[in-house]
Ligand binder design. Structure first.
Ligand code: DC
Length: 234
């Protein structure tokens, strides 16, 4: 069995749903690292900070007043300075600012060690953008989940609608494309596929099909090759 599974990919590729179900099936810890960036973003929004303030590079000072705790479970519950913000971090306002927060090296350094420590504390399925490359480069299985931007935007739009948030689909698509561009072009730990990651395109797959695929990869023994093989029959 693979002990540490990294799932990376762009917004709306299905990472959260798939990672959560996979972790549940394996009996592993599920860690949603995006929630940490969202909690920091919510903190900045509550302080009245915007893009311009972040670009002015005053972030380190504001991070001093941030404490983040998580309560693992089917859904990672996340606490910002002792307050459960699991729902508040999923708003269009947070969506609009989070990529700007996530590109700040101060924020990434601040979150890297805590995410790594939690991920390594027990068998885990960890999802984000830099898991296979930065947070858990030693993961036993790395998966890069992707899907067409229109499919990802439709999924995000549906998710918001289910939560009673009526947003124009075109606005959601614009936000998805903008986040893709910022996340993959930032200089610090950009969204990129680890060299040893398996790419899975979820555009035309159901959640169950994706989970099944990953479950097989997570539970199969390594055969042949140089990785995890003590001897080979020639
Ligand atoms: O997965 P998500 O949509 O909740 O992520 C929110 C933002 O955080 C997204 O714009 C990218 C960023 N993020 C990141 O840079 N690195 C991670 N490991 C996880 C998320």
């Amino acid at each position: 069995m693979k002990q540490h599974i990294a799932i990376d990919g762009p917004a709306g590729a299905g990472k959260s749903t798939v990672a959560r179900l996979l972790a549940w099936r394996l009996g592993y810890l599920y860690l949603d690292t995006g929630a940490f960036y969202r909690a920091v973003t919510l903190h900045f929004l509550e302080l009245g900070l915007g893009k311009e303030d972040l670009e002015r590079g005053e972030i380190a000072r504001f991070l001093q007043s941030v404490r983040i705790d998580i309560c693992p479970g089917d859904e990672t519950r996340i606490f910002l300075n002792g307050r459960d913000v699991s729902r508040d971090i999923r708003t269009p306002e947070v969506d609009a600012l989070v990529s700007y927060v996530a590109k700040a090296p101060e924020v990434r350094n601040f979150l890297r060690e805590v995410q790594r420590r939690i991920a390594l504390s027990r068998p885990s399925v960890v999802e984000g953008r830099d898991i296979g490359t930065v947070i858990l480069p030693e993961a036993d299985l790395k998966v890069f989940l992707t899907a067409l931007p229109e499919v990802r935007a439709r999924r995000r739009w549906r998710e918001l609608a289910l939560r009673g948030k009526k947003v124009d689909y075109k606005v959601v698509l614009k936000n998805v494309l903008e986040r893709d561009s910022i996340d993959s072009q930032r200089s610090c730990a950009p969204l990129q596929q680890a060299q040893d990651a398996v790419v899975v395109d979820t555009s035309h797959l159901t959640v169950e099909e994706v989970v099944e695929k990953l479950y097989i990869m997570a539970t199969e023994e390594n055969h042949g090759g140089s990785c995890g093989c003590l001897f080979r029959v020639l």
